[in-house]
Design a protein around this ligand. Structure first.
Ligand code: BJW
Length: 234
């Protein structure tokens, strides 16, 4: 595939793009975070609200993951997407909460699953998030405790990020998914949006999805840290 034919490229990324930096994925590998199924059920806002005693345990996990993220660097896949801005109009919609695209120098990054470097109230649904140092405070509105601003199951995604990415998908010449298992909606559904608007799509992942999506025009299976620099001719 010659990417020179595509000026506006929207890239949807997942945990697999940060794996070569040393971060664990959620699913599919021996060291994936969610090999423990119970943990997956607990990453749900309704569970957290129904079990306030779980907030402390969850916070411990978020802090551990956040501290791990502070020590890692972008890898050749992140750097290729940042460098590609020299020749393309690039928009990145990431499910990752690690900040590595921004660290690599990408300028249009939309955090679809929020951020571990911000916090928000466990109980308020209106979605405001606060800087990390607010974690010790109570919600200024309802007095509730704070939690990570990473989006849990059963919660709306940050609406502005979703709106930007959906608009970018519709107006792109190419939509590329990189390093995601495609199991989590609504992000997995952007490929359907692209299909509906006739925008070509490509998947770059180290393996086929458990539920393969028929809507990709091309699929390249292999390590994204090798494939992306090659695709962008770097
Ligand atoms: C490499 C590589 C290398 C490795 N090179 N590749 C029934 C049907 C459909 C949808 C639903 C349903 N029931 C409920 C829903 C909606 C739900 C959902 O999608 N559930 C599905 C699981 C069924 N979604 C939501 O709830 C979302 N909100 C929402 O829909 O709002 C509307 C709503 C409101 C109220 C009620 C109902 C709906 C919110 C989703 C939030 C996701 N949050 C998480 C966790 C946050 C942090 C935490 O709590 O700890 O975000 S889940 C987790 O998965 C994380 C990730 O961002 C997300 C996606 O994972 P990702 O990035 O794809 O990682 P992996 O590990 O799965 O895959 C990595 C891939 O890379 C693998 O394929 C590897 O092989 C590959 N790889 N190394 C290339 N070097």
């Amino acid at each position: 595939m010659d990417l020179n034919n595509y000026k506006r490229i929207t890239v949807i990324t997942g945990a697999g793009i940060s794996a070569p930096s040393g971060l664990p994925t959620f699913r599919g590998k021996e060291d994936s975070l969610w090999n423990d199924v119970d943990f997956m059920n607990k990453s749900n806002i309704d569970y957290l609200r129904a079990h306030p005693e779980y907030i402390e345990e969850a916070t411990g996990y978020w802090f551990k993951f956040r501290d791990m993220m502070k020590d890692v660097e972008p890898n050749p896949a992140h750097l290729a997407l940042a460098k590609a801005e020299e020749n393309h109009v690039m928009v990145i919609g990431t499910q990752n909460v690690d900040g590595l695209h921004q660290k690599a120098g990408s300028t249009a990054v939309h955090e679809l699953h929020g951020s571990l470097f911000r916090c928000k109230c466990v109980y308020c649904d209106w979605g405001e998030s606060y800087p990390e140092d607010w974690w010790d405070r109570n919600c200024p509105d309802c007095g509730g405790p704070m939690r990570s601003a990473a989006v849990m199951f059963g919660e709306q995604l940050p609406l502005q990020a979703v709106a930007y990415v959906e608009k970018a998908v519709i107006n792109s010449d190419l939509v590329m998914y990189v390093g995601t298992s495609g199991q989590v909606y609504p992000v997995a559904g952007f490929v359907d949006v692209a299909n509906g608007w006739g925008v070509p799509t490509i998947l770059v992942n180290d393996e086929e999805w458990e539920h393969p999506h028929p809507g990709f025009n091309e699929k390249i299976f292999g390590p994204c840290e090798v494939i992306l620099p090659e695709l962008f001719g770097l």
